[in-house]
Design a protein around this ligand. Structure first.
Ligand code: FAD
Length: 370
C-alpha cells in the first residue's frame, strides 16, 4: 500500500526516486523479515513501469452530497456523516452528542482494533472547510498562526520547517509518513493522551485552542483545555476548530527532545519542550513542559521558576533538576519506570545546560541522538 501511494504520487508529480524518498515512503513498515531488498528492487523498478494507478480522489474537494443535520436523533442509529462546513459539523454534533468525531482515525481506530469498540456513529471532520486552513494572524496581541484542527502533520510541516525547526524535527519522529499524512493536530490535542507529542511543544509555545459549537466559539489556553487523563474542557456539543500557535520572538529558542524505545513509529516515553530567551545574561520567558511525566502533558512550573532570571550556571540547572524531581510523579508502564522517567527528564535539563554552556556541544549531542 505504501508503494502504491508512492507510485501514485510519482504519476502526479514525477521526481527522481532516491533511496531517501523510498525509505521515507516505506517508513511505517517495520516488519522487514527477509523480503526487504526485493521490495526495494521492485520499488525502484516502478520508474520503468507504465502501469497507471486508478484516479486519485482529491479529498480537498467538498463532498458531493453535503449532509444536513437530522431533525431528531436516535441513540442507536448508525451514522457516518461527512459535513463540509463548520456549521453543519456543529449542528450534527448537537443532534448526535454521543457520535464520535473522527479525523485521521490514527488514534480513534485503536478503540476498534484493540478494544473491539463498536463505533457506529461517526462524524468525519476531514472535509470541513474551516478546519483545513492555516492562517497567519494576531491573537491576544501576539503574531502567530491559526491552524485548523483538521490540518494533517504533512500539511503543517512547511510552516514548522520555516518557523519552528525543533518542532519540525520532532515531526519526523512522530509516527511514520503514512501516519503523518492522516493524523491531525486537532486529533492529537483532543485525544488528550499523556504521551501525545505535540501538546508539550504547544504548551511551551503558549498555544491556544479554539472550540466551536452552534452558538459560536471560545478560545482557551491549551493548559486549561487539558484537564486530566484523557479528559478535556470540550463540551458535548463542541468541536476543536483551530489551534493558535504564537510566533517565536526573534531572540527566543525552542528545543524539543523526544525519548522513545524505537526511533521510528513509536510513542514517547518522555518528551521535553524548552522555550527561553537569554537577555542581560539571564534566562527569561522560560517555559518548560513534559509529556510522559504526568496524567496529561504539563508545564514544569517549579522547574521554570528555578531557572527564570538566573544565569546559565551548573548550580542553577541542578536546582532545576531538584524542582523537577519534586513536581512530577510519573507512572511506571511498558515505556519506562517512574525512576527511568525521572532520570531521563533530569538528563534533558542537563542536555539543555550543556547545549547552552559548551560551544558546539549541541552538534555533538545531536549527532549522538541519531
Ligand atoms: C502507527 C502509529 C504511530 C503513532 N505515533 C505517534 C507518535 O509518535 N506521536 C504521537 O503523538 N502520536 C502518535 N500516534 C497517534 C496519532 O497518530 C496522533 O495522536 C494523531 O495526531 C491523531 O490524529 P487523528 O486525526 O488521527 O485523530 P483521530 O484518531 O481521528 O481522533 C483522535 C481523538 O480526537 C477526537 N477528535 C478528532 N478531531 C477532533 C476535533 N476536531 N474536535 C474534537 N475532537 C476531535 C476523536 O474523536 C478522537 O477521540 C500514532 C498512531 C499510529 C497508528
Amino acid at each position: 500500500m505504501s508503494l502504491f501511494t508512492l507510485h501514485s504520487q510519482q504519476q502526479q508529480r514525477p521526481a527522481p526516486l532516491t533511496p531517501e524518498r523510498l525509505e521515507a515512503a516505506l517508513g511505517g513498515n517495520l516488519c522487514r523479515c527477509t523480503g526487504y531488498r526485493p521490495i526495494r528492487d521492485a520499488a525502484l523498478s516502478m520508474q520503468e513501469s507504465s502501469w497507471k494507478a486508478p484516479q486519485w480522489i482529491d479529498a480537498s474537494q467538498p463532498a458531493h452530497t453535503p449532509l444536513t443535520a437530522p431533525q431528531s436523533a436516535e441513540a442507536n442509529t448508525d451514522l457516518f456523516a461527512q459535513p463540509t462546513t463548520l456549521s453543519q459539523l456543529t449542528e450534527l454534533r448537537r443532534h448526535y452528542p454521543s457520535a464520535r468525531l473522527v479525523a485521521g482515525a490514527t488514534d480513534l481506530w485503536l478503540e476498534n482494533t484493540q478494544r473491539l469498540a463498536l463505533l457506529n456513529q461517526l462524524i468525519d471532520v476531514t472535509r470541513v472547510d474551516e478546519l483545513r486552513h492555516i492562517e497567519e494572524s494576531i491573537f491576544d496581541e501576539q503574531p502567530g498562526w491559526w491552524v485548523g484542527a483538521g490540518v494533517t502533520y504533512s500539511q503543517l510541516e512547511p510552516l514548522l520547517e520555516t518557523h519552528y525547526p525543533a518542532f519540525a524535527h520532532l515531526l519526523h519522529r512522530l509516527g511514520s509518513q503514512q501516519v503523518r499524512n492522516r493524523g491531525t493536530l486537532g486529533g492529537n490535542i483532543a485525544n488528550a493522551s499523556p504521551i501525545g507529542d505535540t501538546p508539550p511543544v504547544l504548551l511551551a509555545l503558549n498555544a491556544w485552542v479554539e472550540l466551536a459549537n452552534q452558538d459560536g466559539s471560545r478560545a482557551l489556553p491549551l493548559s486549561d483545555f487539558l484537564l486530566d487523563y484523557k479528559k478535556t474542557a470540550l463540551a458535548a456539543d463542541e468541536v476543536v476548530s483551530r489551534i493558535f500557535i504564537p510566533q517565536l520572538a526573534d531572540d527566543a529558542v525552542l528545543k524539543v527532545w523526544k525519548l522513545s524505545k524505537r526511533r521510528e513509529d513509536d510513542i514517547s516515553a518522555v518528551l521535553g519542550a524548552f522555550h527561553y530567551r537569554i537577555g542581560d545574561g539571564v534566562m527569561q520567558d522560560v517555559r518548560i513542559s513534559f509529556g510522559g511525566m504526568a496524567a496529561i502533558p504539563k508545564r514544569a512550573l517549579q522547574t521554570e521558576a528555578a531557572l527564570t532570571g538566573q544565569p546559565i550556571a551548573k548550580e542553577n540547572f541542578q536546582a532545576a533538576q531538584r524542582a523537577l524531581s519534586e513536581e512530577f510523579q510519573p507512572m511506571s508502564d511498558v515505556r519506562g519506570t517512574q525512576h527511568y522517567r525521572h532520570q531521563v527528564a533530569a538528563n534533558l535539563l542537563e542536555r539543555l545546560y550543556l547545549s547552552l554552556s559548551v560551544p558546539n556541544q549541541e552538534v555533538m549531542l545531536h549527532a549522538y541522538a541519531h
